[in-house]
Design a binder for this molecule. Structure first.
Ligand code: HT7
Ligand code: ZN
Length: 854
């Protein structure tokens, strides 16, 4: 198995300017014909076309049929050693969408035909240079039975549509924008269609079409409105306007990831489109808006300017995640959406940096590209873009983006091109900053402050160090923007942005009248682990007074972490959770300030994964036991305050609206503590019974489940019964079963595999049961008898032949075996070795397993 290296990039030997692609749809024998205009770019080169799982029917070159001696056919493609400099190539293939369970290429999602071509799925449709730097203009013809498939869709504009006397429909689409084949899409099926329109800033009328399952039209409205908000936002923030006359979004039930930005024809996992109050939570609504935005924003950052090669993936993904985060911040609570992003970095991304899969946001070596759609490329990538905006300021950053898009419109670009445009537009030297693209790992930032009352100088000493990662032994100093707020005793404050460029640097501030409390890394201004000497009093002051909500939350997170560590080291909970703290928390609950959601966040303990990242060897049992004893103690100490707060808060009829989301967040926080105490079972039961929306229902279920309440099994069974007909809601039920910390979880998971809604072929179902178990049930996943690891091993073994992309994602928690105690290490390693010994392991799984084995 051969890995590719970033430095091996070579420009394409042939380019293809136009492509006529025809599909005669059939579930087990779809005929695909491509007519391509090919031009030589490299003298003497053979024409190499990628192709997998294809049956070759015929090839003609400039009208001449080629026989087998003119080409070499292998499991990975087709080579034509001798071809002219410019010619027309026609290839006919046959494929079986129904048998395609990997969900890459053309496959069937229920009765719907659909495609997923990113990253390298087009090679399962047609022999072609399946690389993002070969851009061509597509004209697509689709033929299928008109009754069964009333909608035949592809990219661009529809140019013809007719039905013949036998009921065969033929539709033609033309996309005027040259694109790489990973942005090609086809959908054929029967849907409910929801339509709207959008007038662009220059006055063009764009038709919006949303295709959803029959009967689900009403659940599509929120997504469609979110799309219009995204279109307007991109015009206002970055002056970017939509460019085709139609924008289509199709929701499908079988999908490997969240959604796909195919030009003019987005395909979405139905989980990220369909919503109504009864079946979707506030989090679902948030995700829908942000993913609808994300895919829309790709139209410029990804489609108009695409990636030269897959090593540059963060060029489009990091940038587009940053754009969707900014959109979400503007649509709802900027503080809450930033807190969510920081939580993800601290839990999942820091863990990836510490794992055998560590890689820079621009990876150096790849065996299977699907394995690099990671939190590092996406979310750390977005942090890197955010740092650029912090350093340059919003205006220069926007000018840099404009220059980048203008310079590279219609091209396949690199991360270096992006940095160059930012540099040219701003006049900043970004040479050192560019290291963020090539260096992996999490920098540790150690800060010290010293105040001289005589000279009135405040000295701040900053030191950065990045430990070696699995992929890179030596590290250099990075450019870190450190945003700071100084809080003075007289309630005045001062803001400052430091740029740390060396391993260690001192910044001296003159004329500082009194020693301030320093708020470090406001708004999480750089993706680092912070070590600082703040006292617990300082932290509580920051939590109460910092002007940045994220910094307030962060101070409480640091505070909780310290107390949890103290309990882990043997301190009694009642000595750690002091009466002063309890009084402060009571005050927050009694007088919830303007931001109720932030109050809820301040009272939320860090999760297991975030705490785990603070240890080289993860003390599973100590973390879990400290968390549960502190939670119980707080529940007891604040029992009346929680009840009172719950009663004081209004319970408005459900609307997904920021103020109401915040109220629900705080109500649910109260319930999560109250569930610890059996005396509140009646209150919880009432809340479950009275809930008229999914957010409230799930909140009670999660609260009782996490508290190990006797109520939980009965509520969960009721929930499963009520929603058995709805696959997307059953995913919530599967996850509730799988994240139950009780020993009965294994029986529950076994039973759910027999549920009529469960299918190994559906990634949403598999993730709801097994990713939820391995990623969100540390008690049972990390059991000392190894049953948790064995359960995951069995699931991966079963799934790999069906869907390698999803099976490789499932294996992630096992890869970090080195981080655990000796007993768990051995058990996890045993599971990985059993996987490695299996024959026919997919490339996806092989790459991850082999990187992690000793
Ligand atoms: N650009 C897309 C990434 C993607 C994907 C999507 C669906 C199924 C398989 C996929 N492989 C890669 C999604 C995005 O980031 O917008
Ligand atoms: Zn994306």
């Amino acid at each position: 198995r051969i890995a590719r290296s970033r430095h091996d990039y070579q420009a394409p030997a042939f380019t293809i300017k136009t492509m006529q692609l025809s599909f005669n749809l059939h579930s087990t024998a779809t005929r695909v014909t491509a007519v391509m205009q090919v031009n030589r770019e490299t003298p003497g080169a053979a024409l190499q076309l990628d192709g997998q799982h294809l049956t070759l029917i015929a090839i003609t070159l400039d009208g001449r049929k080629l026989s087998a001696e003119h080409y070499q056919l292998s499991a990975d493609g087709l080579v034509l050693p001798e071809v002219p400099d410019s010619f027309e190539l026609c290839i006919e293939t046959e494929i079986a969408p129904q048998h395609n369970t990997a969900l890459e290429g053309l496959y069937m999602a229920g009765n719907t035909y659909c495609t997923q071509c990113e990253a390298e799925g087009f090679r399962r449709i047609m022999f072609f240079p399946d690389r993002p730097d070969v851009l061509c203009q597509y004209t697509v013809t689709i033929k299928a039975d008109a009754k069964t498939y009333p909608y035949l869709l592809s990219n661009g504009n529809k140019i013809s549509d007719h039905i013949d006397e036998l009921g065969l429909r033929t539709v033609q689409w033309h996309d005027p924008f040259p694109k790489p084949c990973y942005l090609f899409a086809l959908v054929a099926g029967d849907f409910d269609l929801v339509t709207d329109n959008f007038i662009t800033q220059s006055g063009r009328d764009v038709r919006l079409e949303l295709f959803v399952d029959k009967g689900a039209a009403a659940k599509g409205d929120f997504a469609l409105q979110a799309l219009k908000r995204a279109m307007r936002w991109d015009e206002q923030r970055f002056n970017l306007e939509y460019d085709l006359d139609i924008y289509m979004v199709v929701a499908v039930d079988f999908f490997n990831m969240g959604a796909m930005e195919n030009k003019g024809l987005n395909i979405f996992n139905s989980k990220y489109v369909l919503a109504d109050a009864a079946s979707a939570t506030d989090r679902d609504y948030f995700n829908i808006e942000s993913i609808i935005g994300h895919e829309y924003f790709h139209n410029w950052t990804g489609n108009r300017v695409t990636c030269r090669d897959w090593f540059q993936l963060s060029l489009k993904e990091g940038l587009t995640v940053f754009r969707d985060q900014e959109f979400s911040a503007d649509m709802g609570s900027a503080t809450l959406s930033r807190i969510d992003a920081v939580k993800l970095i601290r839990s999942a991304q820091f863990a990836e940096d510490a794992s055998p899969m560590a890689h820079p946001i621009r990876p150096e070596q790849v065996l299977e590209m699907n394995n690099f759609y990671t939190v590092t490329v996406y979310d750390k990538g977005a942090e890197v873009i955010r740092m650029l905006q912090t350093l340059l300021g919003r205006q220069l950053f926007a000018s840099g983006l404009t220059l980048y898009l203008k310079r590279h419109d219609g091209q396949a670009a690199t991360c270096d091109d992006f940095i160059r445009a930012m540099q040219d537009a701003s006049g900043y030297d970004l040479t050192q900053f560019a290291l963020w693209y090539s260096q992996s790992g999490t920098p540790v930032l150690t800060v010290k402050q010293q105040y001289d009352a005589d000279t009135k100088q405040l000295s701040l000493t900053l030191r950065q160090e990045t430990a070696a990662t699995a992929d890179q032994a030596t590290k250099q100093a990075l450019l870190l923007p450190i945003a700071v707020e100084l809080l003075f005793a007289d309630n005045s404050r001062q803001k400052q942005l430091f740029c740390l460029t060396d391993a260690e640097q001192q910044f001296v501030l003159p004329d500082v009248a009194t020693e301030p409390v320093v708020v470090w890394l406001e708004h999480f201004s750089a993706p680092v682990k912070l070590h600082c000497q703040a006292t617990t009093e300082d932290l509580l002051q920051i939590a109460a007074q910092a002007s940045d909500g994220v910094a307030r939350w962060d101070a409480m997170q640091q505070y909780w972490s310290r107390q949890i560590t103290a309990v882990m080291q043997g301190a009694a909970v009642q000595t750690v959770i002091t009466a002063e703290l309890v009084a402060l928390l009571k005050q927050w609950l009694e007088l919830p300030a303007a931001d109720l959601a932030l109050t809820a966040e301040l009272l939320t303990l860090p999760d297991f994964d975030t705490l785990a990242e603070q240890h080289d060897e993860i003390p599973v049992d100590a973390i879990l036991s400290a968390l549960s004893s502190i939670k119980m103690f707080l529940a007891q100490q604040l029992r009346e305050a929680f009840l009172q707060c719950l009663h004081n808060l209004p319970q408005p009829a459900y609307r997904y609206q920021q103020q109401d989301v915040a109220i629900r967040r705080l109500r649910h926080l109260c319930l999560s503590y109250m569930a610890q105490l059996a005396e509140y079972d009646v209150v919880l039961q009432q809340h479950y019974q009275q809930a008229d929306n999914m957010t409230d229902t799930i909140a009670v279920l999660m609260a009782t489940q996490q508290a190990g309440s006797a109520l939980f099994p009965q509520l969960r069974d009721d929930f499963c019964q009520r929603w058995q007909h709805d696959a997307l809601v059953m995913d919530k039920a599967f996850a509730l079963v799988a994240t139950d910390p009780a020993d009965t979880v294994f029986a529950g998971i076994a039973a759910m595999q027999q549920h009529r809604q469960f299918s190994w072929k559906n990634p949403n179902r598999v993730r709801a049961l097994f990713s939820a178990f391995s990623m969100r049930n540390p008690q049972q996943f990390h059991r000392l008898d190894g049953a948790g690891y064995r359960l995951l091993l069995e699931a991966i073994t079963k799934l790999d032949p069906i869907n390698p992309q999803v099976s490789a994602r499932l294996v992630t928690p096992l890869l970090s075996w080195r981080r655990f105690d000796k007993t768990r290490q051995q058990l996890m390693l045993d599971a990985l070795q059993l996987l490695a010994a299996q024959s026919n392991l997919s490339n996806d799984l092989f790459e991850k397993v082999s990187r992690s084995l000793p």
